[in-house]
Write a protein that binds this ligand. Sequence first.
Ligand code: FAD
Length: 381
Amino acid sequence: MLDLTEDQSAFRDDVRTFVAEEIRPNAIELDQTETYPADILAELGDRRLTGLTIPEAYGGMGEGHLELVVLIEELSTALMSVSSSLALHLGVAGVIEQFGTDDQRETYLPEMATFDTVGALGLSEAGAGANKLEMETTATREGDEWVLEGHKQWVTNYFDADCVLTYAKTGPDEEAPHNISAFLVPAEEFEVEENWGTLGAWSVKSPRVRLDNVRVDDAARVGAVGEAYVQRGTLHNGVNLPARGVGIARAALEDTVAYLQEREQYQQPVGDFQGVRWAVGEMAERVETARFHTYRAATKADAGEDVTKEFAMAKLNASEAAIENANDAIRFLGGRGYTTEHHVERYLRDAQLLTIAGGPNDVHRNTLADAVFEEYSDRET
Ligand SMILES: Cc1cc2nc3c(=O)[nH]c(=O)nc-3n(C[C@H](O)[C@H](O)[C@H](O)COP(=O)(O)OP(=O)(O)OC[C@H]3O[C@@H](n4cnc5c(N)ncnc54)[C@H](O)[C@@H]3O)c2cc1C
């Protein structure tokens, strides 16, 4: 059930070669200079990988969630900012594809497939973190237009985005969650309020932006009035988050093994010390367990099955595997692992985001616990 087909393996190998040749050699510099990986994303666009999950009818590759996690894992082994940027973009495309009008699909998706139009997501706010229903941004209907007022707290891709899929309240709180609608708002309509300095993910910025009396036509609304939040919950692009964790955890393992074969202390390779060897075995176990959970969530999503429990397990397992492996990589590379000569210090900084973005891990712990109690509720003591 969880093995890749020949085609999927060939796809993974192609991406792996591209990542090794084009991304990894530039990753430290892009990160340290906080440079948006525009050339890399443009190249991914030329290869249509920025349209991986966009239907072929709109110029994409028409692939599913399993191919998405394969792609995201590979990109994340080199530079998570590339995979974050692409994943957010494809998430916006997915909403347009599923809930947009024919006009919206024809206008946006072909250019999104090649990354000539870049999407960003405006969902979270200062007061709407774990609970997005507490958002304050409103959209008020005036004739054929909507007037948007409010802010969005973290908008990944914003500085290179053409449109921000913006969620806003269009109904009273008593109607929640059926009181939120989504709009495609041109990026230039926002005003940047804060461009945060962050612990990691330095190559793609996620600023806080404001909407002041911004008017969009009703044709910019994506999905039914009041139903955007609920509709969003039926999509599974979120599997990209654990896939990013798998990629970082694997890169940390690979860098560790490569280094340990070279490094000698006490007249022997450090990789020959038994304590070190056991820890490296555990690093590999984390990668493969995290990948198992991630593939399982993606495969079930592709089969149209409920993935509530599987997604929570994948998110928790993979994000924590990434942090633990990054920590171990720094430990085994010693002082060198603490420097920016090596990639491993970046893995730790970037991996921390995966416990927060896409909903905090503690909230996923709640979801997992609810699913488990429900699953086993008929057991007798
Ligand atoms: C770099 C970066 C990029 C981002 N990009 C985007 C983007 O492109 N678009 C977008 O819309 N959003 C984006 N986000 C927002 C991200 O999704 C939110 O940060 C996330 O949902 C958590 O919200 P919060 O940070 O406000 O944390 P809070 O909601 O304040 O939660 C903080 C902590 O409180 C605890 N907690 C909260 N609720 C519960 C609970 N029910 N049970 C137990 N514990 C709980 C947890 O420990 C949690 O970690 C980004 C965030 C960052 C940092």
